[in-house]
Design a protein around this ligand. Structure first.
Ligand code: PLP
Length: 331
């Protein structure tokens, strides 16, 4: 099986903004994109993206999960990066039509079609370090993905970093390229020094998120996770898991969580921690590393409640249980 996100459909949907209007969307080869070498995105990182999935149901139909949320988020990211305003209806149409075109290639469960809408500033203007791009390009790439856990589902090791930030606080809710490049060195260092899978960024002791996933602490029938603010990415998976948990009768506490409270609660048997995101859905965290010391979360293994919540979400996505929250969209 190829690495996640390394296989692409040969064509993508695309539209260009010329400074006043969006071109009619087209489906073009995805192997190349023609840009001026001075394009704004290549110098000043005027770029944002999304990640969502389409699922094949047993009856052969294809459903896209919570697309409206991802479109709202990329509209917001575009606005916060001073990129041209997107046309949400056109974007919805682009996503649906390109998924429909490659419907036959949507893998069976436990695989899915990962959808990557992307918005970039295209104006050739290297003098615009402090000014927005006038023109831009929006495209929707598709990448069929297999079972994320095929390599064996194991509990992750996270390094708690209470010094660095993942990105500047006002950029946290923007899904933008530069944020990821900036988190790479701390993450690589954590891998080399502590065999950590990810860094859990906790600036000033406030438990935030990892490089590309939200963090949830599950203590008995209570889920504790940071309340929404501008400093971190508002995950659609986070929202979906919290909605399912509330529906199951669990208590959901969206509030500040300190490193001290996290480590204290984690030590209790039966406590669980997890990362949430579209790619991995919900993945158990078994070990936290802080100041060179290792702390086991609960029994250090994959959490029962984590698995139960992940399965409940997957069952909705693959049509194995009722879509009671109205999250599936027909293509
Ligand atoms: C994409 C992303 C998430 C998860 O968001 P989902 O909508 O659940 O996929 C969390 N944190 C960061 C930094 C992300 O980029």
């Amino acid at each position: 099986m190829s690495a996640f996100g390394s296989v692409f459909m040969p064509e993508m949907a695309i539209s260009w903004f010329d400074g006043s209007s969006w071109s009619e969307s087209q489906v073009v080869p995805s192997e190349s994109l023609h840009l001026h070498a001075g394009a704004h995105v290549l110098h000043y990182s005027s770029t944002c993206f999304e990640g969502l999935k389409a699922f094949r149901h047993a009856d052969g139909s294809i459903k896209i999960f919570r697309m409206d949320r991802n479109i709202d988020r990329i509209a917001q990211s575009s606005q916060l990066l001073a990129l041209p305003e997107i046309n949400k209806d056109q974007v919805a149409e682009m996503i649906k039509s390109v998924v429909a075109k490659f419907a036959a290639e949507v893998p069976e469960a436990p695989g899915s079609m990962y959808i990557r809408p992307t918005h970039i500033g295209t104006e050739p203007a290297i003098g615009k370090a402090a000014a927005p791009t006038l023109s831009s390009c929006f495209y929707v790439l598709l990448s069929p993905v297999g079972d994320y856990f095929s390599g064996g589902d194991r509990a992750l090791r996270l390094l708690i970093d209470d010094k660095n930030m993942r990105c500047p606080p006002h950029m946290g809710m923007v899904k933008s390229g530069g944020n990821y490049a900036g988190a790479l060195q701390p993450t690589m260092k954590a891998r080399a020094e502590f065999q950590a899978d990810q860094v859990l960024f906790c600036p000033n002791g406030d438990v935030q998120e990892t490089g590309a996933a939200n963090f949830l602490l599950i203590d008995g029938d209570e889920i504790i996770t940071k309340a929404l603010d501008s400093t971190f990415l508002h995950g659609v998976t986070r929202d979906s898991i919290l909605t399912i948990a509330r529906d199951m009768g669990m208590k959901v506490s969206e509030r500040q969580l300190s490193i001290e409270e996290l480590l204290e609660r984690s030590a209790k048997p039966g406590c669980e921690a997890a990362l949430s995101g579209t790619a991995a859905v919900l993945t158990s965290v078994g070990t936290l590393i802080h100041n060179g010391q290792e702390f086991t979360v609960g029994n250090g293994a994959i959490g029962e409640t984590t698995v139960k919540l992940r399965r409940a979400l997957n069952d909705i996505q693959w049509g194995r249980s009722e879509d009671k929250f109205g999250w599936l969209i027909d293509v």
